[in-house]
Design a protein around this ligand. Sequence first.
Ligand code: FES
Ligand code: FES
Length: 158
Amino acid sequence: MIQLKFTLNGDRVETWVKGQEMLLDILRDNFNLPGTREGCGLGECGACTVLVNGASVNSCLFPALEVEGKIVETIESLADAGKFHPLQQAFLDNGASQCGFCTPGMIMSAKAFIDSYPGRPAAVSEAEIKQALAGNLCRCTGYFQIIAAVKAAMQEQD
Ligand code: FES
Ligand code: FES
């Protein structure tokens, strides 16, 4: 076992990991954060998306040891004192979450996109949102409501 220290959802944390463990496994098993989902386990569905130093990654394929000294954010970090993050509220308002399995990963990919968006958020195009969420699959919504939710959250920011 190897000791690992990093910042998780705003807190400095330490844990012990096996050399081959993936970030997804330690988030769920060592830190009891079940919001990050395991879908394909192959880097194809995006259900396991979290942010590492602000960039979205597929945590099912991201070696846990690579977060040493870094900042990791999961869906559990978004709500503030019981109040939804604007993206969470926009998903709710636009019916963008149905079974909900893809939702945490979608929202984390959307957050990375919004946080690094170079222009005025309200000017975002549907094509840009689609490209940003291309690695996240949803079997329920047909994506229309998800794109609408991200657009609404960005318009609110502007
Ligand atoms: S579970 Fe990680 S990409 Fe599907
Ligand atoms: S809401 Fe069911 S997979 Fe997206």
